[in-house]
Design a binder for this molecule. Structure first.
Ligand code: HSE
Length: 332
């Protein structure tokens, strides 16, 4: 039995779900994989937060240095969110010889090429399955498809919050502001919903998927983006009358160096699977030149599915190291 020492950067909703998954599944993970997972550190702005999650007091730190210097830490799990200091911590951890697993779509989408290059130099794993579609195995699927296929198109619903709002507007006949308040009351939307409703979150996710498909870093700023805040009940009703729905669709299409990415609310006819994706679920179509079009569907958010992907990535990081690094050239 091999022990994997883990440091958690961030102990919020996702970090505490990772901790719970590791504690609850420790024995079954050990039996299934031969690895015993031990959380050695939890990093947060306040030590009390770490202890509050259930980690022992000596595992709490407010700075990254003890983690970088601890030889018993094999994998750093970054679940702080936001671009900085997360992106710097990921680089520091790789350079200190740690594998890194992250769920951070913003840091990954803005720094993908640089982070992959750092991981390659350090000969360490960098895995980010949970950054798009939570527990939906998108990176695993893309990796498998890309071995044989050219991916020509990625199209889907990658933001649960906006899909919940659009579904509530359509099915309950309520205006945008009321649907947003309902999403906030149920914990689907943040108190400041800008990142979701203006399409930034979907743009980060699309940029990551398209960069992997194109083997070239396509920055989130390259995504033509429009959010859902100006969608009116009349537009929603009109879409329903035509047998379809308005959905926030992330769409990337291209080949070689020429890719076009956009995130925008569009009419989706009823004959299209994506019109039937309800509430906070996600669905992503991947089109390859040999496999054709496949669709991955499921909960694209939430602590438990996200932690499922993160813990699986921790084990793959140790199993496969830098062998799973994607090929991503720097953005021009
Ligand atoms: N705010 C995101 C969503 C969370 O609604 O999809 C998961 O990335």
């Amino acid at each position: 039995m091999t022990t994997i020492g883990i440091a958690l950067l961030g102990v919020g909703t996702i970090g505490s779900a990772v901790w719970r998954t590791i504690v609850e599944e420790r024995e079954s993970l050990a039996q299934r994989t031969g690895f015993r997972l031990e959380v050695r550190w939890g990093l947060a702005r306040h030590r009390e937060r770490v202890v509050g999650v259930g980690l022992p007091a000596q595992a709490a730190t407010t700075t990254i240095e003890p983690i970088l210097e601890d030889p018993s830490v094999d994998v750093v799990v970054e679940v702080m969110g936001g671009e900085e200091p997360a992106a710097t911590y990921i680089k520091d951890a790789l350079e200190a010889g740690k594998h890194v697993v992250t769920a951070n779509k913003e840091a990954v989408s803005k720094h993908l090429a640089e982070l992959v290059a750092t991981a390659r130099r350090a000969r360490r794993a960098l895995l980010f399955e949970a950054s798009v579609g939570a527990g939906i195995p998108l990176m695993v699927s893309l990796r498998q498809l890309l071995t044989v296929n050219r991916i020509e198109r990625i199209r889907g619903i990658v933001n649960g919050t906006t899909n919940f709002i659009l579904t509530a507007m359509a099915e309950e006949g309520i205006p945008y502001q009321e649907a947003l308040r309902e999403a906030q009351r149920l914990g689907y939307a943040e108190p400041d919903p800008t990142a979701d409703v203006e399409g930034h979150d979907a743009a980060y996710k699309l940029s990551i998927l398209a960069s992997l498909a194109a083997s070239r870093h396509i920055r989130p700023e390259a995504v033509v983006r429009r959010g859902i805040t100006t969608i009116t009940p009349d537009q929603i009703l009109d879409a329903r009358a035509r047998g379809g729905a308005i959905k926030l669709i992330a769409h990337a299409e291209g080949s070689d160096g020429d890719w076009r990415l956009r995130v925008e609310p569009v009419f989706v006819p009823g004959s299209d699977l994506l019109a039937h994706v309800r509430r906070n679920l996600n669905a992503i179509e991947l089109t390859g030149d040999r496999v054709g079009t496949i669709v991955l569907y499921g909960p694209g958010a939430g602590p438990t599915p996200t932690a499922s992907a993160i813990v699986a990535d921790v084990i793959d990081a140790v199993r496969f190291g830098d062998a799973l690094l994607p090929s991503v050239a720097a953005a021009p």
